[in-house]
Design a protein around this ligand. Structure first.
Ligand code: OOG
Ligand code: NI
Length: 443
């Protein structure tokens, strides 16, 4: 890439900061949540200074994910181009119809180690599945409303063409891109439909109303990453935020795995409809997450099995839920050595320059002697069961009018215009790259 272009990583970094500033202005409780997470992270990293390197601490201070819901295949295809400018590609396929939510999804995110360290900004992106709406007349109405809107500004479309021609953006083009792209994610108090249409769609499914009644796919939450989610959940009420009842995902562990998440309930916001009627809409909320080590396929199978086993019993009280989860997850090894040796999780291996490596030692011996350090590779993706829990806590769990269809990754990829990347292959590659570097250093 030529020098006159600024890097995709820098554009993503700017965009994620601009998005966060916009959302703080729109949803002040998100600003409060950021403050709380910052305080807890500072306390936690002061308490346990071995936990994170300076690069990781820097990454943590800018780290967040967002979520949007799109209406059509064409919207998704253009979104892919928009995120490509920022070095974000589609990773993973999530079928939410299982949980009665008529969407399927992917996560747009950076994939290389260097890009992730600069800013791991990700956007959980869902596409409405009209075919899962039972009522044919309503299905047609939604299709008509969606066909009339363009969620991108004309200038953004021009810029995307320019980017493809040039292969990058200059400083001033990048600046213009960030501000034009932001428009797509902005909240609109003015709905694109009249109140009766809104009410008809709402009666079918809250999510359908949220996708189809507005001019664009407003960002519906932004999620900072915390080092101690139990503490944030506990402190939220003191900061005037009321959390969702239970924390989704695995229980608290010595070696955190995958992803734990909790959210605060969506706000009730004033809307003006196209027939000048006033009303309200609930869609936007706040969320926090704690991330742990990425699991191998084998580790993930164990996680899914234990989660299924645990879900046979339901608790609305978080303490009871967590206690039950911990008991079930006692079957999941909880030391880095076991996770590594049983190939349940991915690690990054690096040479410790302070300790001499004895010739002929194998990897485990090198780690035991301290000559090699194995660090957990952080999970960068999402969890379908948790995502369904987050959707439902904000949409209500009305599942009656949606057929829980089969997953349809092929249809999603056709809409997207390319295949989604396999998350396991990406983590495997990161681990392998570190092993290759290590053996070079040792030889
Ligand atoms: C997305 C919900 C999923 C997560 O963190 O799992 C999600 C949505 O509500 O649109 O963001
Ligand atoms: Ni989320």
């Amino acid at each position: 890439m030529s020098d006159r272009f600024i890097s995709a990583d820098r554009i993503r970094d700017r965009f994620s900061k601009a998005m966060s500033a916009m959302y703080q202005a729109e949803v002040p409780q998100y600003g409060t949540l950021l403050q709380l997470v910052r305080e807890v992270n500072q306390q936690e990293s002061a308490r346990d200074c071995s936990a994170l390197s300076p690069e990781e601490l820097n990454r943590l201070s800018v780290e967040r994910h967002g979520a949007i819901r799109l209406g059509t295949a064409a919207e998704l295809a253009t979104m892919r181009q928009l995120f490509a400018v920022m070095g974000m590609s589609a990773v993973g396929y999530y079928d939410l119809s299982e949980a009665g939510v008529p969407v399927h999804s992917t996560a747009f995110r950076p994939v290389s180690e260097a890009s992730l360290l600069i800013n791991p900004f990700r956007v959980f992106t869902s596409l409405l599945r009209l075919e899962l709406i039972d009522d044919p007349a309503l299905r047609q109405r939604v299709a008509d409303v969606l066909a009339r809107r363009d969620i991108y500004t004309p200038r953004l479309r021009e810029l995307l063409v320019l980017w493809l021609q040039q292969g990058g953006f200059s400083e001033s083009e990048a600046e213009e891109f960030v501000s034009e792209a932001l428009e797509t994610f902005r909240w609109h108090q003015q709905a694109a439909v009249d109140l009766p249409t809104y009410n008809a769609l709402l009666a079918q499914h809250r999510l359908i109303a949220d996708v189809a009644c507005f001019r664009g796919p407003h960002i519906n939450h932004l999620t900072p990453r915390t080092l101690d989610i139990d503490r944030v959940q506990q402190l939220m009420p003191e900061y005037g935020i009321s959390p969702k009842e239970v924390i989704e995902g695995p229980p608290r562990r010595r070696c955190p795995i995958l992803l734990r998440q909790t959210s605060f309930k969506a706000l009730n916001e004033e809307i003006r409809f196209s027939d000048r009627e006033q009303g309200t809409h609930t869609a936007r909320f706040g969320e926090i997450e704690q991330r742990g080590v990425a699991l191998t396929r084998k580790g993930r199978e164990l996680y899914d099995r234990l989660l299924r086993e645990a879900s046979a019993q339901k608790f609305s009280d978080n303490a009871a839920h967590q206690q039950h989860l911990s008991a079930v997850f006692a079957a999941f090894p909880d030391s880095d050595a076991e996770l590594r040796q049983q190939q349940l999780a991915f690690y990054r291996y690096r040479r410790n320059p302070g300790v001499a490596a004895q010739p002929g030692q194998d990897l485990e011996a090198l780690i035991a002697s301290g000559a090699v350090i194995a660090e957990p590779i952080i999970y960068e993706d999402f969890l379908p069961v948790s995502a369904a829990g987050i959707f439902q806590s904000n949409l209500g769990s009305d599942t009656s009018s949606v057929s829980s269809g089969n997953p349809s990754q092929a249809a999603f990829e056709q809409a997207l215009g390319c295949a989604v990347q396999d998350e396991f292959a990406l983590y495997q590659q990161l681990q392998q790259d570190s092993l290759d570097r290590l053996s070079e250093e040792l030889s």
